[in-house]
Design a protein around this ligand. Structure first.
Ligand SMILES: [Zn+2]
Length: 422
């Protein structure tokens, strides 16, 4: 790569470090091998398993994990982060038995020990809160991983990663930078998903406070889910799941209100929106807000924007809405786009080069640890529109390929502009 640095405009630095503290299950080729794991940790946490890697070709379950231990809790999260499996000891400590009722937004199965989506918290709540030194250690691990890939600047969403207060996260960052333990320049995408939290943050003046080595950035909100998980909010049903259009994390008026509070306090917004239905709602909300605040020089952005169609792209350009996209998502998604949306709708997706040609500011990012932090792999997907792990699937909308120079621009100068780091 000819650029001597990269700027990743959306990832989770704390999350990236945090998962290093868990067992890495991504390389295991059989459930039998996983069952052989032994460790002296009081609670055994693992991540990254994928059933198609196993020769058994099935999900790992509670019975398998009981073979590791029955006296300590074992919690193994799937590669996607949306599914986990745990043993009987974890269920017992969490207070879950055969008669525990289901909760909204996910499902769990007591017999198999498998939990999905919003039910993950029922199990994850038994994991002890990390200490301040733990949190600082996770940040340093994330920092080191980025530097190994020449990523010297990042915009990162860290307030909601662990179940701790946002003020503790800021305190950790202040200490880390003053101790000289962090070298990566950080622009925090402040994830404050309620009016109370956002107003608390503003009333304490954090949005205008100067810090040494890092800065507070846009309000980050997660407005819908993912295409793979069929939780991105669509205008029409999923082709492979009739009756399902995905999820809205906020009520429309709530999202609109949060965007307006930020915008009227001179804070940009960076909203996670993947489905075309959610992108409509986000564009409408930003439009309403800037019509009231008259803040036409904002640098608001939509993170992901995978299903933004050509008309939405034109509206975004008109309103000055920028995008933060992840070409590396094609690595996993090429295999599922047509299944989820059908042949026709798939043609209006991942139009990153169309956005660029339209004159929208396009920032590249990896969303690590959802994908790896490697700029090389991300740029490969931007330039080749091909999956690295499934090259046989061919190119997806090859007219959306970036040139090398354009990709470097999206990975450097565009991201600097998005974060006022010019
Ligand atoms: Zn993210």
């Amino acid at each position: 790569m000819s650029s001597n640095f990269f700027y990743d405009s959306h990832l989770h630095l704390l999350g990236l470090g945090y998962i290093q503290s868990m067992l890495d299950l991504s390389e295991f080729e059989s459930i039998e091998d996983i069952v052989g794991i032994r460790t002296d940790k009081a609670i055994i946490l693992g991540r990254g398993w994928h059933q198609s890697n196993f020769k058994e070709k099935r999900y790992i379950n509670k019975k398998d994990l009981n073979r590791i231990t029955t006296v300590k809790p074992v919690i193994f999260t799937r590669v996607c982060g949306h599914v986990l499996v745990c043993n009987d000891k974890a269920l017992e400590i969490a207070g879950i038995n055969e008669s525990t009722p289901q909760i909204e937004g996910g499902t769990f199965d007591y017999k198999t020990g498998i939990f999905t989506e919003d039910t993950l918290i029922l199990i994850n709540k038994i994991v002890p809160k990390p200490s301040k030194e733990d949190i600082k250690e996770y940040f340093v691990k994330g920092n080191n991983l980025l530097l190994n890939h020449n990523v010297t600047k990042c915009a990162s969403d860290d307030f909601s990663t662990l179940n701790v207060s946002y003020e503790l996260i800021i305190e950790c960052l202040e200490e880390l930078y003053s101790e000289g333990r962090m070298k990566v320049n950080l622009y925090e995408q402040v994830n404050l998903p309620s009016k109370e939290l956002l107003l608390d943050y503003i009333s304490k003046g954090y949005h205008i406070k100067k810090f040494n080595g890092f800065r507070m950035g846009p309000l980050k909100l997660l407005a819908d889910g993912s295409l793979g998980g069929r939780t991105a909010y669509l205008r029409e049903d999923y082709a492979d799941d009739p009756g399902n259009r995905g999820i809205k994390v906020f009520k429309d008026e709530e999202l609109e209100k949060l965007i307006y509070i930020a915008d009227s306090n001179n804070i940009d917004v960076a909203i996670h929106a993947i489905g075309d239905g959610m992108i409509d709602i986000v564009i409408d909300s930003i439009e309403k807000s800037i019509n009231k605040t008259k803040r036409f020089d904002h640098r608001h952005s939509i993170i992901h924007a995978q299903l933004a169609d050509r008309l939405q792209i034109k509206r975004m350009k008109k309103l000055g809405i920028n995008v933060i996209v992840q070409p590396i998502f094609l690595n996993s998604d090429i295999a599922i786009i047509k299944e989820r949306l059908g042949e026709e709708r798939a043609k209006e997706t991942y139009l990153f080069k169309t956005m660029y040609n339209e004159g929208i500011k396009v920032g590249f990012s990896t969303d690590a640890p959802v994908e790896g932090v490697s700029p090389e792999e991300n740029i490969y997907c931007a330039m080749n529109r091909r999956s690295i792990k499934n090259p046989e699937l061919g190119e997806f909308l090859p007219e959306e390929k970036f040139t090398y120079e354009e990709a470097i621009e999206c990975y450097t100068t565009s991201n600097l502009w998005l974060s006022y780091d010019e």
